[in-house]
Design a protein around this ligand. Structure first.
Ligand code: NAI
Length: 722
């Protein structure tokens, strides 16, 4: 696990955690590293120590399974994790022999904390390597001294974004920031620089340590001067206060890790490093034991990896590849799909009814590519090559031999049937036809196809280049091959696919609809619209239910609910139907018409900044004298979505918990700290969830009633992930 060799009178410790897909710090590798270090301290031949790796990465981080295993259990186990690392690192710093990190690849989290505890850091400048402390992004904080050493090395100001945002940087930027000391261009150069440094620094000591005059041993320095000033300087105080205010504004207090990181820095820099490390360990236990860390690690780290690996992909189908993609309709969605596909190296035929429309669609890619070049994210040659992959046309025959055709024409059944019939004959022999419809059942659209087994829904979200999720919708007839092909395509364009069965509104629109609809129920009852919107945002939704209704278009809600009323799925008294009809009739269609629940006085300019709630709401929905508690409003908004997701599971619309959870987080911004709609149940506990549903149903109606299956689950006490 750690290979030990003596070279040039230096002990070279080379990590290879071969039973893991990547070098990680787990119980075994930590023990092996500690053992190898002890050997090197005692080895008379070793004048110094180099820590490096035999794999392409240095160390990708701590094995998060260790954290999950102990989450919610005995905090002493989590404390032990931090203590073990801190003990190893402090001995490394104070043993008297110089230790150099030869960072041959990615060094993240605990992996980078190993480097920070080394006396000198040299990074190999490879294009794929990243360096940083991303713990905060999964609800944690660096528990191996990261919050203490980083600000002591580069000062609080530069350390703050790295710690609070979990920014990962390339080796070159790491050098500029001062978190590595040297760069090297080749493996040989890396090692020879490491040997040379040890040669010229036989008695290395960390800046926060000193030699005890009495004992001659290295110990923590009491009055260490942090670069750029300590927390008690005016600048330091300003930084801490500003940082706390900004963090609270951003996280609304829902994510504890960034605030705990600030506490680590604040409290830790006032004392010596040994005491600072104890402070950090205490805060680490707090966050590592939280439900937020559990949800983020389980869903946003492991879950996302699993879904991206193709959790729901039929295993029997060999890997497929889309080389030529046809897109029908070069509007908002078609243009976006063309951009992401061409960016992934796929040839795109973008078809619209006029050359002008098709060219306009292509110009969207041109704009995005120019921006990427301007920001230095892409070189001009590559941008040109990407743009060159998009060919515009008005002729269906240009789609010849397309492996996949996606239609993104207007949301109109007859038109969609027409374009399907027109384009399908040009598909390659094994080609697949997909619809990007947002509302029309795939089974119905598939009827226009010659071969409904090769027809599928590939539902993108707007803006396509920014939205990570794609909802793939199977009809009863969609074949395994077609599903596999759609999933392979989505992965190729680097998006996350969830797979659902056909249903009204599929999964995402159906559950998202309950968020806006509960917002309207609250409004109708006389709850202050300001309160509704602010509560939604404070529990972590990016946009309140009224603002998001305006964004999507109130006329669309009217059209969809109207259809449901016509088909007897919803009663005519349905609140969303009633309110959306009223607003549509008034011409208040939302943002696009300049008025909806909000007023947009300067449409086309900085509308977001200028919008304000429509004063007419007060007349239409008079405020009730007693406003509900904030908690109650939040619960109503959350529980509706969660219950609808449960129904999607029970009806077989959804097939996996992870699809449900990731879909909710990425499609409409269900708060990630809650782990998504199903994890929410496990987070509050299934028994509590069901009894809360019953209470809410008693007050507000049957829409809050728990399903029979859910009640049975509560009896057994087992949640969705147990
Ligand atoms: P859009 O109105 O921006 O674009 C539609 C394009 O289709 C227009 O350029 C039109 O000229 C073209 N078109 C019409 N007939 C055609 C034909 N026979 N052949 C080729 N092109 C034709 O519409 P948008 O917003 O891009 O929506 C397209 C589809 O995507 C709709 O089904 C919509 O429901 C769905 N969708 C829309 C989302 C959104 O946020 N706008 C999100 C997800 C899906």
């Amino acid at each position: 696990m750690v290979n030990y060799r003596i070279e040039n009178n230096v002990a070279v410790l080379s990590l290879n955690v071969s039973d893991q897909p990547m070098n990680v710090l787990n119980d075994e590798s930590i023990a092996a590293l500690s053992e190898a270090l002890e050997k090197a301290y005692a080895d008379e031949q070793a004048k110094g120590i180099i820590i490096t790796s035999e794999r392409p990465e240095f160390i990708a981080g701590a094995d998060l399974k260790m954290i999950l295993r102990n989450n919610g259990k005995d905090p002493a186990e989590l404390l032990k994790l931090s203590t073990v690392l801190n003990t190893i690192f402090r001995i490394m710093e104070t043993n008297g022999k110089p230790v150099v990190a030869a960072i041959n690849g990615t060094a993240l989290g605990g992996g980078f904390e190993v480097c920070l505890a080394c006396h000198h850091r040299i990074a190999l400048n490879t294009p794929k390597s990243v360096i940083g402390l991303p713990e905060v992004t999964i609800g944690l904080l660096p528990g191996g001294g990261g919050t203490q050493r980083l600000p002591r090395i580069i000062g609080m100001e530069i350390a703050a974004p790295l710690l609070l945002e979990g920014k990962k940087v390339a080796p070159k930027e790491a050098l500029n920031l001062g978190i590595v000391d040297e760069l090297s261009d080749s493996q040989e150069d890396l090692m020879s620089k490491a040997f040379a440094w040890i040669e010229s620094n036989p008695q290395a000591i960390q800046p926060w340590d000193e030699i005890d005059k009495k004992t001659g041993k290295i110990k923590a320095r009491e009055n260490f001067k942090v670069p750029g000033g300590n927390v008690l300087t005016p600048k330091g105080m300003q930084l801490m206060m500003g940082g706390t205010a900004m963090t609270l504004a951003k996280t609304k207090g829902n994510y504890p890790a960034p605030i705990e990181i600030l506490s680590c820095v604040y409290e830790g820099l006032l004392v010596n490093i040994d005491r600072g490390l104890l402070i950090e360990a205490r805060h680490f236990v707090k966050v590592a034991n939280s439900s937020v860390a559990k949800n983020l690690i389980r869903i946003m780290f492991f879950g996302l990896n699993e879904v991206n690996k193709g959790l729901s992909r039929p295993k029997s189908v060999p890997k497929t590849e889309v080389r030529k993609l046809g897109i029908l309709g070069a509007g908002l969605m078609g243009a976006g799909i063309a951009f992401v596909a061409a960016s992934a190296g796929i040839e795109v035929i973008l078809k619209d009814v006029t050359t002008e429309n098709a060219e306009k669609g292509k110009s969207y890619s041109k704009k995005l590519l120019a921006k990427a070049v301007e920001r230095g994210k892409m070189d001009a040659g590559k941008a040109e090559a990407v743009l060159g992959l998009i060919k515009t046309t008005t002729e269906a025959s240009d789609l010849k031999d397309a492996d996949l055709i996606i239609e993104a024409v207007f949301e109109n059944r007859e038109l969609k049937a027409l374009v399907t019939k027109e384009a399908e004959p040009f598909l390659s022999e094994s080609g697949v036809f997909a619809s990007n419809t947002s509302t029309i059942p795939i089974t119905e659209l598939g009827k226009a196809s010659n071969d409904p087994s090769r027809f599928i829904g590939i539902h993108f979200f707007s803006p396509v280049d920014k939205m990570q999720l794609v909802e793939i919708i199977k009809s009863a007839e969609t074949s395994d091959y077609t599903l596999a092909m759609a999933m392979d395509f989505v992965r190729k364009i680097r998006k996350t696919p969830i797979v659902v069965n056909d249903s009204r509104g599929f999964y995402t629109s159906r559950v998202f609809g309950t968020y806006t609809s509960e917002g309207l129920e609250l409004l109708k009852e006389g709850v202050s619209p300001v309160l509704i919107e602010n509560v939604a945002k404070s529990i972590g939704f990016p946009v309140g239910p009224l603002a998001v209704s305006d964004e999507v278009g109130i006329d669309l809600a009217y059209r969809i609910s109207g259809l449901a009323v016509k088909e007897g799925v919803l009663p005519e008294t349905d609140t969303t139907y009633q309110i959306s009809r009223l607003f549509t009739e008034k011409g208040r269609l939302g943002k696009k018409s300049g008025s909806g629940f909000y007023e947009y006085p300067q449409l086309g300019t900085e509308t977001e900044m200028k919008k304000h709630l429509w004063t007419g709401l007060a007349e239409l929905f008079p405020l009730k004298s007693e406003q509900p508690e904030i908690d109650e409003i939040g619960k109503r908004l959350l529980y509706r979505q969660v219950l609808e997701t449960v129904k999607c599971m029970e009806e077989g619309v959804l097939q996996s918990n992870l699809d449900a959870d990731l879909g909710s987080i990425f499609a409409w911004g269900f708060p990630a700290y809650l782990g998504g709609t199903l994890s929410f149940i496990d987070t509050v506990g299934i028994k509590n969830f069901v009894s809360e549903c019953e209470r809410l149903a008693g007050i507000y109606g049957e829409r809050f009633r728990a399903t029979a299956k859910l009640k049975a689950m509560a009896e057994s006490g087992l949640g969705f992930y147990d």
